[in-house]
Design a protein around this ligand. Structure first.
Ligand code: PLP
Length: 437
């Protein structure tokens, strides 16, 4: 019998972990430090972080430029109230984001995490219409979408399957099918057509009552790395804009290079009215988010009275340490030619996924940018598929941190991953497929 590390024993006594059945879960793995792609445990083991620690790490763990930016900022100003005050990292970050986002997205509202960035977008669109004298109450989302764990975000992600316990708390949301696709999908044209027809029909009936349409562009993350085509997004955006409804892109996961461009909306040639950013914003160093909107939305909140103002804010809004990390991270995308690294990762993903065609259990193989995914054929597909925990354990035994979403195995590595490390990861996936066969 192995003895528990004292830290783990103490953890088990006092700590409650997210998305975990505490009774049946294995002990958490104590990590002492991390560099690049590698997580080091307190007892000297190593894991390759192939999911960028829940999709937040971009350039790699412990990047010295970001650590330095945070350290320097901490010595100057760690935090200040952001109502009535401002500071250089927040202003520079807003400037940097706007310079890189598609034209028109030019007002930045800061909050703390992905869920709050979505809450902000929802509340912003609700009050936008109210300030214009229109009470629009409906929201449209897509089946399988996930937008976070706060009540508004959960409401919009009701069909993700994660929130049945909270059904009584959620507000009603309209949902329509999302045309997901994969290599060799022969029905994609049909699925896209059906989805667009459903959106057009919905907008013609409810457009004037609908405040906003929310979706994860190109990849629905937590729903199972479900991918759609950029051309579909462009057609969808045209319909939404024509109907005069606000379009919100939740780029909490897809932002900052994951899809091969800095933002997924660029690949689709779409300029949303509001975009939600978090996770990779600070390269994974600090919790921070930004909800960026078009100027006309901001202008609808201007007036003489407080009643038109956006009454939303958090204690740590625009935390200077987070903003300093994000400014440093943006610069690295240029100095380290990060998107070229992303392109190389995508190339290797494509080669290795193609080679999986010899495994009959490797279904629906798909790639967008650094995200590669496949469904492992299972009798009980979905997030609770029994093959999920088995696969996770199998990968950990090989020193690979992969955390399948049920029977969906995916890779989403930090951009610093070496070719050798990436091939090692794919070798692990092949070994797993041999075992499940
Ligand atoms: N939106 C998307 C697309 C996400 O993938 C997530 C988290 O995975 C969120 C929102 C919520 O972000 P957070 O966990 O930081 O609240």
């Amino acid at each position: 019998m192995t003895t528990r590390h004292p830290l783990v024993a103490l953890d088990r006594r006092h700590v409650w972990h997210p998305f975990t059945q505490e009774r049946t879960a294995s002990d958490p793995i104590p990590i002492s430090h991390a560099r690049g792609t590698v997580l080091h445990t307190t007892d000297g083991r190593e894991y390759l972080d192939l999911i960028s620690s829940w999709w937040v790490i971009t350039h790699g763990h412990g990047h010295p430029a970001i650590a330095q930016a945070i350290g320097e900022q901490a010595k100057r100003l760690e935090q200040v109230i952001f109502a009535g005050f401002t500071h250089e990292p927040a202003v520079r970050l807003a400037e940097g984001l706007i310079a890189r986002l598609p034209e028109g997205l030019n007002r930045v509202f800061y909050s703390d995490n992905g869920s709050t960035s979505v809450e902000v977008a929802l509340k912003m669109s609700c009050q936008y219409w109210q300030n214009r004298g229109e009470a629009r109450k409906r929201f449209l989302a897509f089946e399988g979408g996930y937008h976070g764990d706060t009540v508004g975000a959960m409401s919009m992600g009701q069909t993700s399957g994660f929130f049945d316990a909270f059904r009584n708390m959620l507000f009603p949301v309209d949902t329509l099918p999302y045309p997901t696709t994969w290599e060799g999908d022969e029905r994609i044209e049909q699925k896209e057509k059906a989805s667009l027809a459903a959106v057009a029909e919905y907008l013609s009936r409810h457009g004037s009552a609908c405040a906003a349409v929310l979706l994860e562009p190109l990849i629905q993350g937590a729903g199972g790395m479900r991918m759609c085509r950029p051309g579909y997004l462009a057609k969808l955006a045209a319909l939404v804009k024509e109907a005069g409804v606000l379009l919100i892109f939740d780029e909490v996961m897809t932002g900052f290079g994951r899809t091969g461009a800095l933002f997924a909306c660029e690949k689709a040639g779409v300029i949303p009215d509001i975009i939600c950013l978090s996770k990779g914003l600070t390269a994974g160093f600090m919790p921070l988010s930004a909800t960026v909107c078009q100027e006309r939305i901001y202008e609808a909140f201007l007036g003489e009275g407080f009643d038109r103002a956006f009454t939303h804010g958090h204690s740590f809004t625009a935390n200077p340490l987070g903003c300093a990390a994000a400014v440093a991270s943006l610069a690295l995308f240029e100095t380290e030619k990060t998107l070229q690294r992303v392109a190389r990762i995508e190339e290797i993903h494509r080669q290795r996924l193609a080679a999986l065609s010899r495994f009959p259990k490797a279904r629906q193989r798909r790639v967008t940018g650094v995200v590669a995914a496949l469904d492992v054929a299972a009798g009980d597909p979905g997030y609770q598929s029994k093959v999920g925990p088995w696969l996770k354990h199998f990968f950990l035994e090989q020193g690979l941190l992969l955390r399948p979403l049920g029977n969906v195995v995916y890779l989403l590595p930090p951009y610093c991953i070496t070719e050798a490390e990436l091939h090692r990861a794919w070798d692990g996936v092949e070994a797993a497929l041999k075992q499940v066969a």
